[in-house]
Ligand binder design. Sequence first.
Ligand code: NAD
Ligand code: TYD
Length: 337
Amino acid sequence: MRNILVTGGAGFIGSNFIRMVLSEQNDCFVVNLDKLTYAGNLENLHGYLEHKNHKFVKGDICDEKLIAKLIEEYKIDSIINFAAESHVDRSIEEPKVFIDTNVTGTLTLLEAARDNKLERFVQVSTDEVYGSLGTEGKFTEQTPLSPNSPYSASKAAADHLVGAFGHTWGLKYNITRCSNNYGPYQFPEKMIPLMINNAMNDKELPVYGDGLYVRDWLYVYDHCTAIWKVLTKAKPREIYNIGGCNEKTNLEVIGIILDRLKKPKSLIKHVTDRPGHDRRYAIDADKMMTELDWAPSVNFEQGIEKTIDWYLENDKWLSNVVSGEYGKYYDSMYSGR
Ligand code: NAD
Ligand code: TYD
């Protein structure tokens, strides 16, 4: 039996990962440590909270004593660190909490992993640490880090710390750097669920700038299968890029959403751009595919169809998430923009 500590398991990707592990692996016990910030939601684990191989603990990855206690009590062998402040626009408004969680929190987990000689530490990072691309080329694992936003700078700082723990103390780590994820249970501050929610409610779709920014979209389930492969098959101290080979402009993605929901293009409203907006991300995932025999299970057209259908079928989840604080966030970010 493996005993893994998953942080941020009530968020978008972490909850998809835990549901996958509990459904597909019989010999893995998951301790899920999550602070339940605005982005953490126990409804994301509906049907799995009471699973015999799952223990949810509300807490902060900066809490050294709690982490030491969990590692001892549950005989943890590996940590997968999903917990983070994850939204670029919020990092531009309020960077400090990004340093607290993404840098200091990761450091706290690293110290615990080192002191307890854990078998593996998997840091879930992002392609945004590489910066922005022009019209050509892709990020490889050798691309130098050149982050542009407070969010990506905090993730790059964490990646450097993880590498330093490997170099200095021999920590057995892996770093994964994935492209933009989409799929069920994503908080509607991110582009795809925000546009789906607005289109479902006949609200304007706020497109930053010219809308020709490019992201390389990865279906969340495929990201989760990749992380499982890294945890169970990768050699220590290797970095893996994970991408879906689905480069699309934001306007292309929004066009697909509007077509599927049978809503008019007139809902699109170009608004003031994000400061320092990265133009293009694209991932070369060749190492992941050849060394770990991983491949995405869906293309973008299949993944977005599943995603839109999920939001349509789970309108109660969506209406709960957008009630309360979300309205204030939306107004402060978009009104008069
Ligand atoms: P999310 O914002 O949906 O979830 C983050 C989770 O972390 C939430 O449940 C939150 O409550 C928890 N959390 C935040 N601060 C915490 C703290 N101090 N202690 C414990 N828990 C805390 O994020 P996500 O989209 O699921 O992203 C997960 C990871 O993947 C992040 O590390 C992010 O940087 C990375 N990533 C995400 C994407 C993407 O497209 N969503 C792309 C690349 C990388
Ligand atoms: P986002 O989902 O915030 O991910 P990231 O910035 O980490 O890539 O944004 C994806 C793209 O969509 C990015 O180019 C910014 C753009 N975008 C909009 O045009 N309007 C919006 O309301 C949001 C949230 C994003």
